[in-house]
Design a protein around this ligand. Structure first.
Ligand SMILES: NC(=O)c1ccc[n+]([C@@H]2O[C@H](COP(=O)([O-])OP(=O)(O)OC[C@H]3O[C@@H](n4cnc5c(N)ncnc54)[C@H](O)[C@@H]3O)[C@@H](O)[C@H]2O)c1
Length: 250
């Protein structure tokens, strides 16, 4: 039997990168998948890839910063599939990189906190309220190695990911007896559009920060998300799993 047979997985920020790889991994493990994100063409393409694997999925266009769109997403997921068992709360932006905090802007602050923090809370609120009615489940939030250590040139991003860690630990305690586990994955640099935007084509500097000597692949994060979302992690809540090639160990 596959790990997520008869289970429903919601992947938010599932149109590219880590989210897309995780949506495909959930489908390979038997889950029916709800893919959410802003970009319709990319979202529909992920659904088609899942269908080509023999799986079932829907795409719901959603801006996580918009609470009514998030409530509508969760409503559509539950009315289509009856419940949500696993949530990958993954939407995020890197914002302005390479500037000191003293050079940051109000607009940059609003963008990062609207998506990485307000958006994550919107998804948490709506999905937990649904899961409390349908028998519990597991939430995996996307943090970052920047949610554990300082990250020069990306102070607001790091602050948003430290917030994700605090929200995760606290909500895990709040929900510990209710059958809902909450954890984070905290990736180092992973080969996605975000890294392309932040570092361009020359990855030598960012690779050198990882003791393993390379950046990670989205599929390497997806494996950890599936583990934390599965019954194999039944005694794990409030944890943060670093997937950073050893970067934070030094
Ligand atoms: N790539 C890395 O090196 C890295 C490292 C650590 C953490 N992360 C985190 O991983 C997550 C996924 O990023 P990625 O690297 O796959 O990059 P990505 O840009 O490919 O993916 C980001 C996803 O979030 C979605 N998104 C952004 N704003 C949204 C909004 N307002 N509403 C709904 N969806 C929205 C995007 O459409 C996309 O699907 C992010 O939270 C990011 O902070 C990435």
């Amino acid at each position: 039997m596959k790990l997520f047979e008869n289970k429903i997985a919601l992947v938010v920020g599932g149109t590219s990168g880590i989210g897309k790889a995780t949506a495909l991994a959930f489908a390979r493990e038997g889950a029916k998948v709800v893919v959410a994100g802003r970009r319709e063409a990319q979202g529909n393409a992920v659904v088609q890839e899942i269908e080509a694997l023999g799986g079932e999925a829907i795409f719901v266009q959603t801006d996580v910063a918009n609470d009514s769109q998030v409530n509508s997403l969760v409503g559509q997921a539950v009315s289509k599939f009856g419940k949500i068992d696993a949530v990958f709360n993954n939407a995020g932006v890197e914002g302005e990189m390479g500037k000191g905090l003293h050079e940051s802007t109000q607009a940059g602050f609003d963008q990062i906190f609207d998506i990485n923090v307000r958006g994550l809370v919107n998804v948490h609120r709506a999905t937990v309220n649904a899961m409390l009615k349908t028998g519990g489940g597991a939430i995996v939030n996307t943090s970052s190695v920047g949610g554990h250590v300082g990250f020069p040139g990306a102070a607001l991003y790091a602050a948003s990911k430290f917030a994700v860690e605090g929200l995760t630990k606290t909500s895990a305690l709040e929900l510990a007896k209710s059958g809902i586990r909450v954890n984070t994955v905290a990736p180092g640099a992973i080969e996605t559009e975000m890294i392309d935007r932040a570092f361009g084509e020359d990855l030598s500097y960012i690779q050198s920060l990882h003791p393993i000597g390379r950046v990670g692949k989205p599929e390497e994060v997806a494996e950890a998300v599936l583990f934390l979302a599965s019954e194999k992690a039944s005694f794990i809540t409030g944890a943060s799993l670093l997937i950073d090639g050893g970067m934070s160990a030094g």
